[in-house]
Design a protein around this ligand. Sequence first.
Ligand SMILES: Nc1ncnc2c1ncn2[C@@H]1O[C@H](COP(=O)(O)OP(=O)(O)O)[C@@H](O)[C@H]1O
Ligand SMILES: [Mg+2]
Length: 280
Amino acid sequence: MENNEFSVDDDLDEELNNKSNEKMDSNIDDLEKKKIDNKRIKKIDKTKKRAVIESVFDERTVFQLNKILTNGPLEKIEGIISAGKEANVYLAYDQESKEVAVKIYKIDSNTSKWMRNYIIGDPRFKKIPHNVTKIINLWASKEYKNLKRAFKADLSVPEPFYIKNNILIMEYIGFETIPAPLLKDIKNPKDKILLFNEILMFIKRLYQKAKLVHGDLSEFNILYHNQKPVIIDISQAVSIQHPKAEVYLVRDIKNIFNYFEKLGIEMPDPRKFYYDVINL
Ligand SMILES: Nc1ncnc2c1ncn2[C@@H]1O[C@H](COP(=O)(O)OP(=O)(O)O)[C@@H](O)[C@H]1O
Ligand SMILES: [Mg+2]
């Protein structure tokens, strides 16, 4: 039903698909692979695995993680992809030995404070807990739900597989043990106009189809995989009814336009694009 209602840029869509097929023979992937080779994830020594994880996470998270590793859905944690302030992301294997990405949020009282601002005002979250652990868990479930909504709307995001407390398992974006690079680390992306249009279409569809605004969209939260953008880090995304939705949307648009302006492509009018997104 929503699909029929949503008739934005079908022609452009087709054009994008055709173009991307033509480009399959390019050697950019090899180039990118070489460039990020030195970014290979750090393999966690089996004997040190417990120590590494236990020093970063609280007892409950370690307990939960062990449970997930013994009773499924994970078979093994291979190594760390990213250690951030709020969360760490790991490459792991599921029970079919398929790669997955595991994002584990840290239980931290400072983090939970600013998280509240994004949860308050979102009609999907009626009761806001006071307990730090509960807020972080709610935050992780928010990322899971946002991913699910975006994925269902056919947007280019990792497919979410599993959520338990502060542990989120999703599709791994990368080639074997080399995770996809962030857009910010790509010196000269191929076919910039196409890439730009794909990201603009993401913003528009996220708003119109998934009814969400990303809220932290920039080259720092876009993976570049098979010459396509994959948008990540969608935990702070808010419903379009959120009082700050428009402010966040403007910020997202500015970030993307700034990034592509620096790449030297001809820019459309960002204001026009904004009105196009909110359908005015
Ligand atoms: N599904 C994924 N596949 C591969 N790498 C990922 C995936 N999700 C996140 N990453 C990597 O982990 C990093 C941190 O993830 P992100 O969700 O942006 O969390 P944060 O920025 O809050 O630490 C990303 O910059 C990216 O390099
Ligand atoms: Mg991020």
